[in-house]
Design a protein around this ligand. Structure first.
Ligand code: HEM
Length: 291
């Protein structure tokens, strides 16, 4: 069993995120098995939400629904679905068509609720122009951060993915001076150097992975998205559990010290879900942990 390869590869040129809920009366196991056979962890990653595991009368250690954070400022929506598919490729038309084929396999038991078209921007930049993913762990450190280990077959090699669609307010961002923009992130947009004089609200100060106890490392594979005039980032973080992401999100939203992440000056999440990505065996998703 291995972890889905996509976790450890740079983001592809194009991506497509599909979110499904359960259709009443469908044969969940048959549809899930059909999907699992088509998801190799590289061209397609499959993530199972807590509602689906509950409906199957199964259990996955550490799998829970996206947290409700009533104290969060600004509000953080929890829009948990039963199933998430992340399609990766180099051409958006092919991703649409591959998505249709997977949607047909899912259709007897799952209803498609949302599809997000995503892509790589320049050299791995957010649409604000800031390079994203610089502080991702690599190699052994990435495996350690992003895949479950020591929990037995069916779980080892699996990963816990947090997915949020963020909507940018470009007029608000553009109204800031370059210095204010840099201070939102805590990095220089051009050189990507970390700024010593950045305020405590700067995003990279809020989320500095080694500043948590325990350290909160994740592997981020976020991609920009566009739909008509709306655009932003599909934030995606893989962890050996949801704990590191959740610690970061809580600090971003003022739970630790009342300070809110400066990113919220120009962007906010519209959705949020937690998905468990089973390990891969023989080129397909291994569902043995679900019985
Ligand atoms: C629209 C939303 C977001 C944008 C545009 C964004 C962008 C960025 C950028 C440009 C960096 C600096 C370069 C890098 O190390 O990747 C960064 C770092 C980071 N971000 Fe975000 N991010 C967003 C949301 C989030 C969220 C929701 C989390 C977790 C809850 C998060 C966690 C992190 C972490 C852990 C780092 C690295 C911190 C470090 O150890 O230096 N980000 N982000």
């Amino acid at each position: 069993m291995t972890a889905p390869v996509a976790i450890f590869e740079p983001i592809p040129d194009h991506g497509r995120h599909l979110f499904f809920d359960i259709k009443p009366g469908g044969d969940l196991r048959t549809a899930l098995k059909a999907l699992a056979a088509e998801c190799d962890g590289q061209a397609a990653v499959l993530g199972v939400g807590e509602p689906l595991v509950r409906a199957l009368d199964a259990a996955v250690p550490g799998l829970r629904t996206f947290p409700q954070l009533p104290q969060a400022k600004p509000p953080i929506p929890a829009t948990q679905h039963a199933l998430w598919l992340w399609l990766r490729g180099d051409e958006p038309g092919n991703l649409l068509l591959r998505g249709h084929a997977l949607e047909a396999l899912a259709a007897p038991a799952f209803a498609l609720k949302q599809a997000i078209v995503s892509f790589r921007h320049q050299d791995y930049r957010d649409l604000t122009g800031y390079e994203d993913g610089t502080e991702n762990p690599e190699g052994e450190a990435a495996s350690e951060a992003a895949s479950a280990m020591g929990q037995g077959p069916g779980i080892d090699g699996s990963s816990y993915a947090a997915v949020q669609q963020w909507l940018h307010d470009f007029p608000k961002f553009d109204a800031m001076s370059p210095t204010e923009q840099n201070h939102c992130f805590g990095r220089d947009r051009v050189s990507n150097e970390e700024l010593d004089d950045a305020p405590e609200s700067a995003h990279v100060k809020r989320t500095a992975q080694e500043d948590f106890d325990p350290e909160a490392f994740v592997v981020r594979r976020s991609m920009p998205w566009v739909a008509g005039e709306d655009a932003g980032l599909v934030f995606l973080a893989f962890g050996k559990s949801f704990d590191a992401f959740e610690a970061q999100l809580r600090r971003m939203t003022g739970h630790d010290d009342g300070l809110t992440d400066a990113l919220f000056r120009f962007t906010r999440p519209l959705t949020g879900g937690y998905y468990w990505c089973p390990p891969i065996g023989n080129g397909a998703v291994d569902l043995s942990a679900l019985g």
